[in-house]
Design a protein around this ligand. Structure first.
Ligand code: COA
Length: 357
């Protein structure tokens, strides 16, 4: 049998600026009561000036490398899943590669909105299991606060910023990331999108005036499809791993809305005690939500070696997918510590370095 792909490091970073529902009440026609009861969100984090998807990715990635006790030079792949990259190109992953000093690594971004991390993990797993890559850093990161339409109260209260990361290594262990299923339905792309700024609707004074560079969403339709698709993908990924639902210790769903998460659990007859939820603290951080939740679940001691974990997501595109993995945990302490020297000197000017002088 070939090599398995195993998560050996994890980490996350959220900006320090906390924005509560009460703060939003002051600038939008909304209320803490409405946001809490309809979404489960109490507060979220917004990036500071100068913080971007790549700087937050870097911080989460460094933490994951340190946990894995892997040196940046050991990486041969850096993937950033994001729909709010610093630039259309170069990819945010390239800036992270540079800042970390991951000199041997290929780097690219994956874009499938809130499904991004599950998609990127599937790519990394495939490249590792096939034997072409050995050590991947897989990051989900977003700076969605820069794409909020403050005149649209149904979306601006939902989305926020942050980053989470995992190290995926080739291993001779008999288990690892056991399954990865991905789906899409492109005909419904218009229901959740950023219309402007690309090749179809280039940025112009008119596109700015129309607010086409902001997130727009048909929330009700997204809601219904998200519940069904996530439940279906969860069942498919569990079956593909040759497991039954009872074998899974913890579900880590994309954190879009507590009612979506509860709807998925209800559809699957899945007890909420076996579902990880942190949406109340961070809102919807899209591709970052699952790796942030995974990292927090590990920090809280909710993941033990040998546990089976289900990751499941739905997002713009539409896209959805799920993955089942067996938790490996940390390497034995004998492994030398990772030193990310180059990175710590460079994070502050990470983005400025690629701007024309
Ligand atoms: N504060 C107060 N009222 C608000 C509001 C806000 N922030 N946003 C919308 N409303 C109002 C609407 O204007 C509407 O008022 P009306 O009845 O007078 O017209 C009312 O609340 C109900 O709106 P509706 O859109 O039906 O609410 P909802 O219960 O469907 O909840 C969402 C709206 C956006 C929370 C919900 O549709 C949702 O979560 N959808 C999925 C979104 C998502 O997670 N997307 C990402 C997937 S990855």
């Amino acid at each position: 049998m070939g090599q398995n792909a195993v998560i050996t490091g994890w980490g996350h970073y959220v900006p320090s600026r906390v924005v509560t529902n009460f703060d939003l009440e002051k600038i939008v026609d909304t209320s803490d009561e409405w946001i809490t009861s309809r979404t489960g969100i109490k507060e979220r984090r917004y990036a500071a000036d100068g913080e971007t998807t790549s700087t937050m990715s870097f911080r989460a990635g460094r933490m994951a490398l340190e946990k894995a006790r892997l040196r940046p030079q050991d990486l041969d792949l850096v993937i950033v899943a994001t729909c709010s990259p610093d630039f259309i190109f170069p990819a945010s992953a390239c800036m992270v590669q540079d800042a970390l000093g991951a000199d041997r690594a290929g780097a690219f971004d994956v874009e499938s909105a809130c499904t991004g991390f599950v998609s990127a993990l599937a790519v990394a797993r495939g490249l590792i299991v096939s034997g072409t890559h050995q050590n991947a850093l897989v990051i989900g990161a977003e700076t969605l606060s820069r794409f909020l339409n403050w005149k649209d109260r149904s979306t601006c209260v939902l989305f926020a910023d942050g980053a989470g990361a995992v190290v995926v290594e080739a291993s001779n262990a008999s288990v690892g990331i056991e399954s990865a299923v991905l789906h899409s339905e492109g005909s419904k792309g218009h229901m959740l999108m950023i219309e402007g700024g690309g090749a179809k609707v280039p940025a112009t004074a008119k596109s700015l005036e129309l607010g086409q560079h902001f997130i727009s969403m048909q929330g009700g339709e997204v809601f219904k499809l998200a519940v069904k698709s996530m439940a279906d993908a969860a069942e498919e990924a569990i079956a593909a791993a040759n497991l039954r639902q009872d074998d899974i210790h913890l579900m880590i769903p994309h954190q879009a809305n507590i009612r979506i998460i509860e709807g998925v659990a209800k559809r699957l007859h899945w007890p909420m005690e076996k579902v990880f939820v942190n949406i109340q603290k961070y809102g919807n951080t899209s591709a970052a939500s699952i790796p942030i939740a995974l990292s927090e679940a590990a920090a809280e001691g909710r993941l033990r070696r040998g546990d089976k974990i289900l990751l499941v997501a739905f997002g713009g595109g539409f896209t959805w997918g799920a993955s089942v993995l067996e938790w490996f945990g940390e390497h034995e302490p004998g492994r030398p510590k990772s030193i990310v020297e180059r990175a710590s000197r460079r994070v502050e000017d990470l983005v400025d370095r690629v701007l024309p002088s």
